[in-house]
Design a protein. Structure first.
Length: 425
């Protein structure tokens, strides 16, 4: 049975005491056995900012400056632009470049004609000139259709580069210089897309490199790297990796309320006690699969969630872990996600009546309240620190870094994001 480590939320002293006990066990695992003194390249510390953050969550680019998170990031990815069969499109013009009422990042008023999140990103980059900002493109149907022909691939890459990299948003409105690259969030390529997906990446790489030669600049190309063999088996991982600066590797949503039994949403390792162990839904399996396929470790950037997944109607056996549920857990009315079975880390920190538990096999935490029979799987500073240790030690030189999904769901101080950055130093 997984070990119960604390009542309510563990204090700082207890967390470090527990970590001191776990590290020898953690580093002794065979797949982590490499020299800690090996030269480490600087790690990616990334975070996704969702365009809709400015609405119900009232989380703005300016928050990243005021809470100090921007000081910790090396890469910021803006989600999303739309991938359509004919090219790229703006998903929300008001949020992206028209809203004149967003708080200033630098203290200077937005002068126009560029407003919205793009103007805020422009100010953020002025304050943090080394920060790389990417536009993430989403739309499985659009990617599949465009990638199916050479003409479609050429048109999509040209359209996306013109709209977001060159910044030609609308007559008289330019966002040139805001974005340093493109992130492909294709969820998920089908078996019929395998070859075409690689060809699409090659086309993006070719056109970005051509523009880079003209501008004396390297433009980033990254891609969402899915977990689940049924998903990543539809990608030519090694060849795709050769086109990319790195994969943003899925480190979350391994389990959730699409299943009726409780489980860890973001576990590092496996456990034979897991009824779903044969599915291989854990981070180490995903990382190992990409490495064995030929993707260099330095091109794997691990995703860390700032939200919890939960169930209710869960019996108290095993403190709720691996138990049948009756429904997704209800969410507080103040939670910005407004989705049954999901709450932000900000909301997690305000929960009462729960006991926190630590799974020493899977290096994962969960909350359980027997009075309401509610279970939440989430990441806290301890598990984040363990994951960053894993990133630094999994292969000689370490993996490429880690990213946060999503910045708005962290607490007001950006604790998960800052812990990630500190752990990767």
């Amino acid at each position: 049975m997984p070990t119960r480590v604390s009542a309510r939320f563990p204090g700082r002293a207890f967390t470090f005491f527990l970590a001191s006990l776990l590290i020898p066990f953690f580093l002794a695992r065979p797949m982590l056995a490499n020299e800690l003194g090996h030269d480490q390249k600087s790690k990616v510390v990334g975070g996704y900012f969702e365009e809709w953050s400015i609405y119900f969550a009232d989380y703005n680019i300016a928050n990243l400056q005021t809470n100090g998170v921007a000081d910790k990031l090396t890469h910021l990815t803006y989600a999303f632009g739309d991938a359509t069969p004919t090219g790229c499109a703006i998903a929300d013009s008001w949020a992206d470049y028209q809203d004149p009422y967003l708080p200033s990042v630098s203290g200077a008023p937005y002068a126009g004609p560029l407003y919205g999140n793009f103007a805020a990103l422009q100010q953020l980059k002025q304050l943090h000139p080394n920060l790389k900002v990417e536009i993430s493109l989403s739309g499985a149907a659009g990617f599949s259709a465009a990638a199916s022909t050479a003409a479609g691939r050429q048109a999509m890459a040209a359209s996306c580069i013109d709209l977001f990299i060159k910044g030609n948003l609308a007559p008289g409105v330019s966002a040139a210089g805001v974005f340093d690259g493109i992130d492909i969030d294709w969820e998920f390529p089908a078996a019929t897309d395998t070859v075409n997906a690689t060809l699409l990446l090659k086309e993006f790489r070719k056109q970005l490199d051509a523009l880079g030669r003209a501008n004396n600049k390297h433009y980033l190309l990254t891609m969402f790297g899915p977990a689940g063999e049924q998903n990543f088996s539809n990608l030519q991982l090694a060849e795709a990796g050769r086109q990319l600066d790195f994969f943003n590797l899925q480190g979350y949503d391994y389990h959730g309320t699409w299943e009726t039994s409780t489980n860890h949403a973001s576990p590092l390792f496996d456990d034979r006690q897991d009824p779903d162990a044969s599915d291989n839904f854990y981070i180490e399996y995903t990382v190992r699969s990409y490495l064995e396929a030929g993707v260099p470790g330095e091109k794997l950037v691990l995703g860390i969630p700032t939200y919890a997944r939960g169930w209710t109607g869960v019996p108290s056996t095993n403190d709720g872990l691996y138990q049948a549920s009756t429904a997704p857990a209800p969410f507080p009315s103040t939670d910005s996600l407004q989705t049954p079975g999901v709450i932000t880390y900000l909301t997690v920190t305000g929960l009462t009546g729960y006991t926190a538990h630590f799974d020493e096999r899977r290096l994962a935490v969960w909350l359980y309240d027997p009075s309401t029979q509610t279970f939440w799987s989430y990441d806290d500073p301890l598990t984040v620190w363990l994951k960053t240790t894993y990133v630094r030690t999994r292969v000689p030189g370490g993996l490429g870094g880690a990213f946060i999904w999503a910045l708005k769901d962290d607490d007001a101080n950006g604790t998960i994001t800052k812990t990630t950055a500190a752990g990767l130093r």
